[in-house]
Design a protein around this ligand. Structure first.
Ligand code: ARG
Length: 587
């Protein structure tokens, strides 16, 4: 279904065309002066330049043509020739009832669905997650939900970082701690233990220990590098260890991501594509896209018109190992073979933009995928109140589970402060605090334009007032409670007949959903949807303050308002769901 602004645009386009003027001049938009009229059309100004006439005269002609149109109650001309439009009562009513009848409350689907891979999350095995991984997870998840909602086939892949130096560090650290394990005996060839030699706490302790030791001791670093190279060259004992490390790490990660409410179709990692690398390199050589340079094998990606220098992508280092770019290219090969996607979105820190530029150019040069089918969806950094990259209170690196506990605790304190949930049993109250905490973190992230940096401030994020996740959950829960009371009284909704200014404004807010969904998707900008949800909640709040629902005596008016409340809740919950927010039943 078309939004009212679109219907008006079609109508005005026809009016311009009838005067021999381009149809697109009829474009109608939300007005800059909503106090005068909710919509305006500025086409008469451009038309005047084309037709060499006075813009106010043209506007007056168009206005005359619109006289008596069932969509329009009245028109007026402002300033040099802006045409203000007030929709008719019937137009509001038809629009509201059409939204009510639509299962998606107005949000349409894309015309050409694609098969998309979204590569996000990207935590590294054994290394603690940092806030960049959290952002990637929250933004990537919103995009996967939005992409599916608008009709694309989306395959999400966590793309674990499990093939770098950190693996060499873990191997050497384990060797130092338990030198007698069979994995380190070069003559041993199995059978291999099925139980991992470490648990998640060991892993979390071992990586930082090894990394610090290697930083202080060149020889220690060399051992880790050698172990990494041997692993990548296929040393069996090390490969078995790698599988153990990945399995142990994955189990903990799965719990964390489950708690975050973020799910992936694929849990593939860099190490999975290692077997594809030799053939890929042969193929690249045959295509003539590689070059030898100082003992390394590279792909040059610089172009004449580059403003910034573009260093070549290193495919094989002089030490013979595959690097980050190599596994990313092999991952495209793997996805081409197993998925056959039209497009890949990489939701990764903007600081990796040069890496992705190299990978995309190299992929295009090697004929893997066209560059315009590969998108880096970057984002800014999260800082602490001190302006430095955010760390948890102890100053250490963040663990996702700690962060979620922190959010839940803060949410719980806010709820107590506001007297929310006092009549609930402990389990329910704790679950509501969990949802409020998660909503706080996710919404605080998504509401910003993704490339901007923001300050991590749990106090602000968990506030029940302002543009926050908790405010929006509260808005939805409040409508739920109104509807429950109505049901208890045996009241039900009916045809929507917007009379008051607040009812009409609410209908227009609801009518903006389609535009917000498609704007957010096509620009890969969840903040556009956040903005919509916030405006919708505010429009409802103003409506509810001005228009009594349950106490209303007139049956038709009460039923209409009840339906408006129902419709608002449906859209609110749909939209919050797209952002990855869960709404409690009560608060
Ligand atoms: N593991 C990487 C990191 O921590 C992120 C992976 C992003 N995805 C990709 N295909 N490179 O920085």
């Amino acid at each position: 279904m078309a939004a009212l602004a679109q219907k008006l645009s079609t109508r005005l386009g026809a009016a311009f065309a009838a005067h021999g003027l381009p149809e697109h001049l009829g474009q109608v938009q939300g007005s800059d002066r909503p106090d005068l009229a909710p919509f305006q059309c500025n086409g008469a100004l451009a038309a005047a330049r084309l037709a060499k006439k006075n813009p106010r005269d043209i506007a007056a002609q168009i206005a005359a043509d619109l006289d008596g149109d069932p969509l329009i109650a009245s028109t007026s001309i402002a300033g040099p020739g802006f045409l203000n439009l007030i929709p008719s009562a019937a137009a509001y009513a038809d629009q509201a009832n059409a939204l009510m009848d639509d299962a998606r409350t107005g949000a349409g689907a894309v015309q050409t669905p694609e098969k998309l891979v979204i590569d996000f999350g990207g935590p590294n095995v054994a290394k603690p997650m940092h806030v960049g991984h959290l952002r990637s997870s929250v933004i990537g998840d919103a995009l996967q939900r939005l992409g599916r909602f608008v009709g694309h086939e989306v395959i999400s892949d966590i793309h674990l970082g499990d093939w770098g130096l950190q693996m060499g560090h873990l191997i050497t650290q384990l060797q130092d701690e338990q030198p007698d394990l069979c994995y380190f005996d070069e003559r041993y060839s199995g059978p291999w233990p099925t139980e991992p030699p470490v648990n998640i706490d060991d892993l979390s302790r071992m990586y930082p220990a090894a990394a610090a030791a290697a930083k202080a001791d060149e020889a220690r670093m060399k051992r880790s590098r050698r172990a990494t190279a041997e692993l990548q060259a296929g040393r069996e004992g090390y490969l078995v260890l790698l599988r153990h490390f990945i399995a142990v790490s994955r189990k903990a990660l799965e719990q964390d991501f489950d708690a975050l409410g973020v799910h992936f179709d694929l849990w593939k990692g860099e190490s999975d594509v290692n077997p594809l690398i030799p053939a890929m390199i042969e193929d690249f050589k045959k295509r003539g896209v590689t070059e030898e340079s100082q003992g390394a094998l590279i792909i040059r990606v610089a172009r004449e018109d580059d403003k910034k220098e573009q260093p070549p992508l290193i495919l094989v280092s002089s030490e013979g190992s595959a690097l980050y770019g190599t596994t990313d290219l092999a991952t495209i090969v793997d996805r081409n073979q197993n998925i056959g996607q039209d497009r890949i979105l990489y939701v990764v820190d903007q600081r990796q933009s040069q890496h992705f530029e190299q990978v995309f150019r190299a992929a295009a040069k090697a004929g893997l995928m066209a560059e315009d089918r590969l998108e880096h969806i970057g984002f800014g950094t999260v800082n602490g109140k001190d302006g430095k990259p955010f760390k948890t209170r102890e100053g250490g690196v963040m663990r996702l589970s700690d962060l979620m506990t922190m959010a839940k605790t803060a949410a719980r304190a806010r709820m107590d402060e506001a007297g929310i949930g006092q009549d609930m049993d402990e389990a329910t109250r704790s679950d509501v605090a969990r949802m409020v905490g998660l909503a706080a973190i996710k919404f605080a992230d998504l509401r910003n334009q993704r490339l901007t940096n923001y300050v991590f401030d749990m106090d602000r994020f968990t506030a029940f007032e302002g543009k926050t996740g908790p405010y929006l959950l509260y808005a939805a829960v409040r409508i739920k409670s109104i509807l429950r009371k109505a049901a208890d009284k045996g009241l039900s909704g009916g045809k929507i007949l917007p009379h008051s200014a607040e009812e009409k404004a609410l209908v227009l807010a609801l009518d903006g959903f389609d535009g917000a969904v498609h704007g957010a998707w096509s620009k890969r900008a969840p903040h556009i949807l956040c903005e919509h949800v916030f405006e919708l909640a505010q429009a409802f709040s103003r409506f509810y303050a001005a228009c009594p629902i349950l106490p209303e005596k007139d049956d038709a008016i009460r039923a209409s308002r009840l339906s408006l409340a129902e419709l608002t809740l449906r859209q609110l919950e749909t939209a919050l769901g797209l952002l990855g927010l869960e709404t409690p039943e009560r608060m």
